[in-house]
Design a protein around this ligand. Structure first.
Ligand code: MG
Ligand code: MG
Length: 250
């Protein structure tokens, strides 16, 4: 596992600040009738305007700046020309490369007015990420993160996806360790200052099973139920968790 210096964590805070600036821009632009392709173009322009590069574009052949996840899509959907509709929920995952370091974060948004069920799913997924972040402290165990997500989410009557996991992040988009959103507490490596972890619960309203589209990227719920996704890149510091990019965002 790669440990980062304070200087490197400062650069990663800037990289994630660009990501959160994109996510903030999207919350202002999002409305029924807008297309994910338009959001993707604006995100790319904003990222390049900061002197950064899109982190996902061409990553293993991914064709866009944003991963867009509409309704039953869990992660890795490809932006398209279809207008968004009132009542949709839309996950946006954004990565950037800035001064050699990756930023990575995601949010799920309501398009227009959503029903109570959709709002509750998004709220619970965000809450599970906040509970997971509280486990990020020196001496804590890696599996405490996934355990915090799974125990809260299953109490709410939802399920966590197994096929996709959180990850270390830094000079590479995906570094060791993998961070599942499930598991027993008290296992795995101890957390140390200098680790940077991308924690990203993916929560389904129905069962956990995943079905892949023929594009080879888009992952959906097998039962067609809704899915939500939130992600922060979090540094382990002596003082506890530091969510990167939040205070640096515009
Ligand atoms: Mg991400
Ligand atoms: Mg990630």
């Amino acid at each position: 596992m790669v440990l980062k210096t304070e200087g490197e964590i400062g650069l990663m805070d800037e990289a994630n600040g660009i990501v959160h600036s994109v996510l903030n821009m999207i919350s202002e632009r999002l409305a029924p009738g807008v297309t994910t392709k338009e959001l993707d173009r604006e995100a790319e322009d904003l990222i390049r305007g900061f002197g950064a590069a899109p982190g996902f574009l061409n990553y293993r052949g991914f064709p866009a700046t944003l991963c867009t996840a509409l309704n039953d899509v869990i992660v890795h959907g490809i932006p398209n020309e279809k207008p968004l509709k009132d009542g949709d929920i839309l996950g946006i995952d954004c990565g950037v490369l800035y001064k050699g370091y990756y930023g990575d974060a995601a949010r799920t948004y309501a398009v227009g007015r959503v029903d109570e069920r959709s709002a509750r799913l998004m709220e619970a997924t965000k809450k599970s990420l906040e509970l997971a972040v509280r486990q990020v402290k020196p001496g804590g165990r890696l599996s405490d993160i996934g355990h915090a997500v799974q125990s809260f989410i299953e109490d709410q009557g939802y399920s966590v996806v197994r096929e996709f996991v959180g990850h270390g992040v830094g000079l590479a988009l995906h570094e060791e360790p993998q961070i599942p959103n499930y598991g027993k507490p008290g296992k795995g490596p101890r957390l140390k200052p200098g680790m940077v972890l991308a924690i990203e619960p993916m929560v389904n309203e129905g069962g956990p099973a995943v079905r892949m589209d023929s594009d080879g990227w888009t992952a959906r719920t097998a039962d067609g139920s809704l899915s939500a996704h939130f992600e922060y890149s979090v540094a382990v510091t002596r003082a506890g968790p530091k969510i990167l990019g939040i205070s640096a965002a515009q």
